[in-house]
Each structure stands twice: as structure tokens, then as C-alpha cells.
Write a protein that binds this ligand. Structure first.
Ligand code: GDP
Length: 613
């Protein structure tokens, strides 16, 4: 893009010039040049205003959300910041025929969907476990209960669905995407501890979502339990208990001793009945993705919640930017189902990609439409992440530079891109990282996701001036090459504590020397041979470098580490050799790892300390 010439920049608009009325849509990451005309102003007006705020920006640099909003307030306009592609989304909705789908339902009662929230350690996990175990429908088929992120229980002949990823993060992430998955919130408050900061936070979230709250006063078995104090505290937070004449249902429970669980379930069914939850159980299915991960054997797996219609195996599905023909539907008891209806959580196999938690899904007319919609979304999501990255780059720093910024007395922002193997660890990581924030150092998550580190992540890191953190995942060959080329720092970790320690040290200017890995070679598995008494031998093709016997090795499937150890034997044809170079075939013996498949990557490496400058 060309820089504006000074004479054009000088074109200021009179301060009292009118701005368009109503909501003005501005794309995230817009430049002054792009945003100004929408507000009836010139780029020069924006640049000058930002300068007055202490921000030096050219007319062609991406603005942060905050800058856009500040300027809008300044001129008295109302803006709505949308991701690039938000307007195209309407076209996609039409393509899916969503504009003609009626929102009506036929009044068929459906089970309530319940989320459990509360302060850490107040007993959410144990309570969810107890509810599940007390009411698992007969396990006659020998079904093994599975954690798929949600489960359904039967009580008094009625079903209740529990989303079993406790925590506000998931709940707010859903709401942020406009997904209203929850009908009732169970607020767990420990009777000995009372209402704590996260309890208050949960109340705010639940109230904002306008869903009824049922309070489970837990740990009543404890010596210090004081139910009356909890009731009074709830009242202070505008949850007036029934015993105070209000309408907030409270139930005393002990998850530990399994007391009051029945009472809680009964109350939940009552609240559900009053809420009159209904949905049409047939026709085209739609709903929301609860969580997703990349399974080493089964590919992308998503737990979804059907909200209306009937979802069947074999149907083409679009879930956010992922799509696919449904290969299997598996419930929380590990049973394969042919079809499922409203309020049912199931795992879906067959999607092309790890669908984002909170993304809406719908059955498409055909596979072609499904793939087209998903691919278009992916394109725009990438644009959006680049827009975010560009905006972040103007204010933030990467790990190596953060201490210098802090020392300079500026409020420093550390830009991070986090990739992890599963959603659970990703969320835990992001939560723990956030706790490291201090007044002088903020963290900006330019992007976070599940799966291996790709070229796209590296490009994003370069654009955003961010450090890439991989947890249990690695950069693939192309990603690594690009990182070298663009000078992007990629740090790999397998222990959360170490990762946190490094970030903390970086903030203190004490980043420990890092052991850099030098990838010495990689090979692709082509075929697996079973050799009696020796075990599996992987027939490989060396793609890069040299594979050497006894070197440290790691096996990767789709960028995720599945095993590490050493190369125990190395052969060319029938001969034992010490090393095999690029372009050659070889047999690699794997002492105790048997689960290799064609397509997996075997990567060998050395370690060397990187001196800090
Ligand atoms: P979460 O962080 O809210 O998921 O809390 P957990 O379910 O992990 O529980 C935190 C701790 O409290 C664990 O050590 C539980 O065993 C304990 N706990 C949970 N419920 C009860 C209860 O009803 N009584 C007692 N005495 N301890 C409980």
C-alpha cells in the first residue's frame, strides 16, 4: 500500500462535521485510510487524533480495536468492529439456505442443557462426577463412559444434559461467538468458603446470558460450613434465595458424601419445566461445537451439541471453518449412534479440521456446499487473524524484547501465539499465562489453537511480532524453514511449568539459555513391517538431513508428538548401517513403540545450548 502524501494528510475535517448516524461497520484491523471515510473524516484526522493520544501511526497502519473505538467516541459515531469476512458471512448463510430456515419449533420438549460454574476448588468437578455416576443409565452393553466434554443422565424418566467442561472460559468463549448452548447454570458455592471472586464472576456471566441459576451449596459436610452466611452473600449479589422470599433456588449438597444430589437433579428438572425448553426433533440439524481436538488415530474429533433437528451419520456437515461427511456419532457411553436429536451431545468423526469451540454447525444440502462454505470461512478467518496480528504488532513485543520494553518504563505487551495438542491443555495454558500479567506487562494472544505449528502460524507470528509457543506440538518442516527465514522465535515445551517459568523469566530479563534443537534429519514412514521377535520396523524415506543410529528421535503425526526415544536400529535393505542420507530408503527399528502408521514423520535431533546475547 502507498503512504499518503503530506498534502493529502493535511486535509483535516472541521470538528463539527456531521458523522453518519446509526451503527457503522468497521472491519477489524482497518487502517486510518480505510476507516476514516466511513466516519466522514479524513485519514489525517485519525492520524492527528491518535498522535494527540500518544500513538504514532501512519495512515496505512492497522489500527487496534481500541484506537478505532477511541476515534469513534471522539467524533461521536457508533461503530461495530467486525472481523473481515463478517459481511461475506451473510452470503454463506444464504448459500446454506439459512435465510429461509424458520426458527419456529414444534413445541416438542427437549432436555435442559446445564453448565456448572463456581470458584476454583469449590467442587465443580466432583459434583459433575457424582451426578454422572449416580445416574448413568445401565451400563449393560459394557459401555465405557468417556469424557467427551458433555454427558446426559436420566433422572425420574427425564434426561438432563451436562456440559462437563467446568469453567467460565468455555462458557464465555461460547457466548462470545453468539452460541447460547446453556439453559441453566448450576453455581457451586462451598459452604465453608462462601462467595468468592470467581463465584461473583460466574453470577455476572450467567446473568448476562439471562439463564436461570440454581445454587448448589456444596461441602455441607465440612466443619466450617455456614449455609446461612452463603445465603446472605448470595442476596448481596442479587440472587435472593427462596428462603429470603426471592426466586433463586438453592440446594445443599455434599459432593464428597453424595448428599443432596437427587434434590439438585429434581430442582433442575423443575426449573427446566418452567423454562419450557422445546425444539423440533426432526429436519435439518444444527447446533454448536462444544470442544474439539485432533485424535492421533481418528483425526479431528468434535463434541457437538445438537440444538434442533436430527443429525444422522452420512450427512454433510459444516462446523465453522471445518466440514465433512459424518463418519460416526458416538455418545458419552462410547456407543455408536445412527442419529441424534435436540440437546444430545455427541462426538462427531469425519470433519476435515479441528472445529473451533463455540462454532455453529449445520447440516448442508450437499458436500459441495459444505466444503465451499467452510473454505470461504477459513480464508476470511485467516484474513482476520492477519488483521489482528497487524494491529498487535504496532503495540507489542516478542519474548526476547519484552524486558527492554519494561525497562524503558513503557507498558509492555508480550505478543504470543499458542498452539497445543488438545483444547484442555490450551485453555489451561492460556489461563495460567494470564496469571503472569502484571501492571507493567500485558499479554496479547494473537492467536491460539489446537494442532501442529504450520507455516500459517509462523507467518502470523512474523506479522504480529509474536513469539510462537508450542505445547506438545512441533513445527512441521515447512513451518521450521519459514521460521528460520523470517526470524520467528518458536519455543517448544512439553511441561507447562517450564513454559510459565520461561515467560516469567523473560519478563524479569532473566531468560535462561535455551537448548536449541538442531533437527538432524527427518523421514516419512511409508510402510510398517512386523518382524518376528524384533517388533515393528518402519520402512521410511529420508526427506531431509541424515538419520543416524542412536540419535534422539521423535515421531510426529499431523505435527503432534506421539513418541520420543532413540533410533535403536537402522538398516538399508538387510544391512545394519550407521546413517542414511536424504533421498534414500531405510528401515528404522522402534524398540517399544508399535503404533506407527504410513504418513507419520520420524524426526531426529541434537541439542545445543544457545548463548544469550
Ligand atoms: P473444582 O475446582 O471446583 O472443580 O473443585 P473439585 O471438584 O476439584 O474439588 C476441590 C476439592 O474439594 C477436592 O479435594 C474435593 O475432594 C473437595 N470437595 C469437593 N466437594 C466436596 C464436599 O462436598 N465436601 C468436602 N469435604 N470436600 C469436597
Amino acid at each position: 500500500m502507498e503512504e499518503l502524501q503530506p498534502q493529502e494528510l493535511a486535509a483535516y475535517t472541521p470538528a463539527d462535521a456531521p458523522v453518519p448516524t446509526g451503527e457503522i461497520v468497521v472491519e477489524r484491523g482497518s487502517t486510518s485510510q480505510e476507516m476514516a471515510p466511513r466516519l466522514n473524516r479524513s485519514a489525517a484526522d485519525v492520524v492527528r487524533f491518535l498522535l494527540q493520544q500518544g500513538e504514532m501511526m501512519t495512515a496505512t497502519q492497522s489500527l487496534t480495536d481500541e484506537m478505532i473505538e477511541l476515534f469513534a467516541v471522539e467524533v461521536g459515531a457508533t461503530v461495530r468492529i467486525v472481523d473481515p469476512g463478517a459481511e461475506q458471512e451473510e452470503v454463506l448463510q444464504k448459500m446454506l439456505g439459512l435465510d429461509t430456515v424458520s426458527e419456529d419449533d414444534d413445541g416438542t420438549v427437549r432436555p435442559p442443557v446445564i453448565t456448572v460454574m463456581g470458584h476454583v476448588d469449590h467442587g465443580k468437578t466432583l459434583l459433575l462426577d457424582r451426578i454422572r455416576n449416580a445416574n448413568v443409565v445401565d451400563n449393560e452393553a459394557g459401555g465405557i463412559t468417556q469424557h467427551i466434554g458433555a454427558y446426559q443422565v436420566e433422572y425420574n424418566g427425564k434426561s438432563l444434559t451436562f456440559i462437563d467442561t467446568p469453567g467460565h472460559e468455555a462458557f464465555t468463549a461460547m457466548r462470545a461467538r453468539g452460541a447460547e448452548a446453556t439453559d441453566i447454570v448450576v453455581l457451586v458455592v462451598a459452604a465453608d468458603d462462601g462467595v468468592m471472586p470467581q463465584t461473583a464472576e460466574a453470577i455476572v456471566h450467567a446473568k448476562a446470558a439471562e439463564v436461570p441459576i440454581v445454587v448448589a451449596i456444596n461441602k455441607i459436610d465440612r466443619d466450617g460450613a455456614d449455609v446461612n452466611r452463603v445465603l446472605a452473600q448470595l442476596a448481596e449479589h442479587e440472587l435472593i434465595p427462596e428462603s429470603y422470599g426471592g426466586d433463586t433456588v438453592t440446594v445443599e449438597v455434599s459432593a464428597l458424601q453424595s448428599l443432596g444430589i437427587d434434590d439438585l437433579l429434581e430442582q433442575l428438572l423443575l426449573v427446566a419445566e418452567v423454562s419450557e425448553l422445546t425444539a423440533t426433533p426432526d429436519g435439518r440439524a444444527s447446533g454448536v461445537v462444544l470442544e474439539s481436538y485432533l485424535d492421533k488415530g481418528r483425526g479431528p474429533v468434535s463434541t457437538i451439541l445438537v440444538q434442533r433437528g436430527e443429525l444422522k451419520v452420512g450427512q454433510p456437515l459444516v462446523a465453522g471453518a471445518a466440514w465433512g461427511r459424518i463418519r460416526a456419532l458416538i455418545n458419552d457411553r462410547g456407543e455408536q449412534l445412527k442419529a441424534v436429536g435436540p440437546s444430545t451431545p455427541v462426538e462427531v468423526l469425519g470433519l476435515s479440521d479441528v472445529a473451533a469451540a463455540g462454532a455453529a454447525f449445520i447440516v448442508a444440502q450437499d458436500e459441495k456446499t459444505a466444503s465451499k462454505v467452510a473454505d470461504t470461512r477459513e480464508h476470511w478467518q485467516r484474513q482476520a487473524s492477519f488483521a489482528n496480528a497487524a494491529a498487535a504488532a504496532s503495540g507489542g513485543a516478542k519474548l526476547e524484547d519484552i524486558f527492554r520494553q519494561i525497562q524503558a518504563g513503557e507498558t509492555a505487551t508480550l505478543n504470543l501465539i499458542v498452539k497445543a495438542d488438545v483444547h484442555g491443555s490450551l485453555e489451561a495454558l492460556v489461563e495460567s499465562l494470564k496469571r503472569l500479567e502484571r501492571d507493567e506487562v500485558k499479554l496479547a494472544f494473537v492467536s491460539r489453537g489446537v494442532g501442529g505449528i504450520t507455516e500459517n502460524d509462523v507467518q502470523l507470528a512474523a506479522a504480529a511480532n509474536a513469539t510462537l509457543l508450542g505445547f506438545n506440538v512441533r513445527a512441521d518442516r515447512k513451518g521450521r524453514a519459514l521460521a528460520d527465514e523470517l526470524g520467528v522465535e518458536v519455543r517448544h515445551y512439553e511441561i507447562i511449568y517450564q513454559l510459565l517459568q520461561d515467560i516469567e523469566n523473560a519478563m524479569l530479563g532473566m531468560l535462561e539459555p535455551e537448548y536449541e534443537e538442531i533437527i538432524t534429519g527427518d523421514a516419512e514412514v511409508r510402510e510398517i513391517f512386523k518382524v518376528p521377535r524384533i517388533g515393528s520396523i518402519a520402512g521410511c524415506h529420508v526427506l531431509n538431513g541424515v538419520i543416524t543410529r542412536n540419535s534422539k528421535v521423535r515421531f510426529l503425526r499431523e505435527g503432534t508428538i506421539i513418541w520420543r526415544g532413540t533410533v535403536s536400529s537402522l538398516r538399508r535393505f538387510t544391512e545394519d548401517v550407521r546413517e542414511v542420507a536424504t533421498g534414500f530408503e531405510c528401515g528404522i527399528g522402534l524398540s517399544d513403540f508399535q503404533d506407527l502408521r504410513p504418513g507419520d514423520i520420524i524426526e531426529t535431533f541434537d541439542e545445543r545450548e544457545i548463548p544469550r546475547v
